[in-house]
Structures are given as C-alpha cells and as structure tokens.
Design a protein around this ligand. Structure first.
Ligand code: IPE
Ligand code: IPE
Ligand code: MG
Length: 273
C-alpha cells in the first residue's frame, strides 16, 4: 500500500512537470460514465458505483480548481436515463438530494458557484428546493463554477431554444434574419457559459450520448477506458496534457512555414489561366 502511494506521488509529480500551467483549459466537460460496470465487476450492486462516483467527482473538483481551470460541467443524468429500472432512477434522485444537502456548505465555503442544467420539472419538490437554494446561495461565488447536467439532453435543449426563437419571431420581437449563432446560443440552457475546450469521457465509450451537442462543436475529445469510479487526479492530468498536445485549427490551417512558396504557386496558377 505504501509502495503504491509512493508510486502514485511520483507519477503525479512527473505529470505535473509535463503540464503547461499557462495552457490549462478554462472549461472542461465530463461524461462520468462506467459506475454500473465498476460495481458489477466487483460483484456489487450498481448503486455502489454511483456512490463511489460521487467521491471521485469531489476529488476532481478539487484538482481542477487547484489547476486554475475555471469551469467544470459534468453529466450526471441524461434525458434517456429515465429508461433505467425505476429503483436505479429513484436511487440516483435520492443520491443527488443527499449529496447536495451534505456538501453545499463546503461548496459555498470554497467559493464555488453551482448551477444545474436540465429540465428540473419531473424531480421531487424536495430536490428542486435544495437545487434552487444552492444556486441562490452560491450565485455570487467567483473562484470556480460547477455545472451539473441533470435530466439534460442536447437535442431537447436545441428544440426548446428553437421554440423560444420561433415565438419571438412570430410575435414580431425578432426577424428571421436576426437569427444567428449568437442569438441561438443565448436561448440555450448554457447561455453565458463559454464552450468547453475539452470533453472527457470515461469508460471507453466513443459517443457523446446527447451531451452538449451545440457546445461541443470544436471541443477536443479525450476518451479513456478508465471507469469513472477509478478516475483519479493522475487520469485528469493525463487528459489535460493530451489536450495540450492537440493542434486546434478550427477549420483553418497551421501557420505556414513557407508562405512565399505557397504564394508563388497560387500566382503561377492565375498566370496559366
Ligand atoms: C454513469 O454510469 C452514471 C449515470 C449515467 C447516472 P453508468 O450508470 O452509466 O454506468 P455504466 O455505463 O452502466 O457502467
Ligand atoms: C451518459 O452515460 C449519461 C451520463 C453519464 C449521465 P450513459 O451510460 O447514459 O450513456 P450510454 O447509454 O452509454 O450512451
Ligand atoms: Mg453508462
């Protein structure tokens, strides 16, 4: 055990040295997946994986805050997760309420602003009320923002935005030609939040499962086979280091090493025309 701890510390220091502190992504989104499989592999009920997943989230919030990443957006419950057995859904809803009640004072002390993104309507009043009071309590906190996506679906979010825009247009508040990316963005549940630079998905699944469809347009995607309950600071650092090695072109090209060579080729083309 001691040897393990020592190795972990060494790896941590190694990775921290590789990290470019000047290029930490401001906003990281995470699909925290694999809780059920983690528990099943250990011969435990799936709910044990969800419980362990909560403690991993607490750790990753601390780590990202220390790295000076500003925003973490995590996927906790999708609009499709209602199709799971009633007992699992009920367990998750109770877990959200229990954890929020237990952690909210520490979240506030740490100057973390907490925000829930998704349709809260189907949740019990007791959960809705702790969500509302937590958001109100922490709304002026500046250090760090934690967005938790619950009953969230990217398609549903886009449909709702489209509906709101259609109403504004049909009542004459805006013209169809006013609709652009900025206006559309302002009607999304994430309005005011910068798009994530990095998306992490645990458990090896290579899909985005209806998460932030609009917002992830140009995010870098990092997929690890590690199941969420096994995710650690080291895994998070690996994701950030990998992100820092990416060449983000946004449809453009890398700056040209030999611009005059390119130029002379294009001008020779026009001469031949
Ligand atoms: C992610 O883990 C948590 C939620 C979706 C609530 P899963 O519960 O999806 O775990 P797996 O993917 O079945 O292992
Ligand atoms: C995505 O995981 C949703 C959350 C992590 C909350 P799922 O386990 O629901 O996604 P699929 O079924 O593998 O696509
Ligand atoms: Mg899953």
């Amino acid at each position: 055990m001691r040897l393990n701890n020592l190795q972990t510390k060494k790896e941590n220091i190694n990775l921290s040295n590789k990290l470019d502190k000047e290029r930490i992504p401001e906003h990281v989104a995470i699909i925290m997946d694999g809780n059920g499989r983690w528990a099943t592999k250990k011969g435990l009920p799936r709910s044990f994986g969800h419980n362990k997943g909560v403690s991993v989230l607490k750790e990753i919030i601390k780590v990202s805050k220390n790295l000076d990443c500003k925003v973490l957006t995590v996927y906790a419950f999708s609009t499709e997760n209602w199709t799971r057995p009633f007992k699992e859904v009920d367990f998750l809803i109770n877990l959200f309420e229990k954890v929020l009640k237990k952690e909210i004072s520490e979240i506030h002390q740490e100057s973390i602003k907490i925000k829930f993104i998704g349709d809260l309507t189907p949740f019990p009043n007791s959960l809705k009320s702790i969500i509302n009071s937590s958001e109100a309590l922490t709304k002026n906190n500046k250090n760090f923002t934690l967005n938790i996506c619950v009953n969230y679906g990217g398609r549903q979010e886009i449909i709702k935005a489209a509906r709101k825009i259609a109403i504004k247009s049909s009542t004459g508040k805006i013209k169809p030609s006013d609709i652009d990316e900025q206006l559309f963005n302002s009607e999304l549940l994430t309005h005011g939040i910068k798009d994530p630079e990095l998306l992490i998905r645990t458990s090896g699944e290579k899909r985005i499962s209806n998460f932030l469809l609009w917002q992830l347009a140009y995010s870098e995607i990092y997929i690890t086979d590690v199941l969420w309950p096994d995710f650690t600071e080291i895994e998070f650092l690996k994701a950030i280091i990998d992100y820092q090695s990416r060449n983000r072109r946004f449809g453009g090209i890398e700056s040209l090493s030999n611009e005059s060579f390119e130029d002379s080729y294009y001008s020779s083309l026009s001469k031949n025309d």
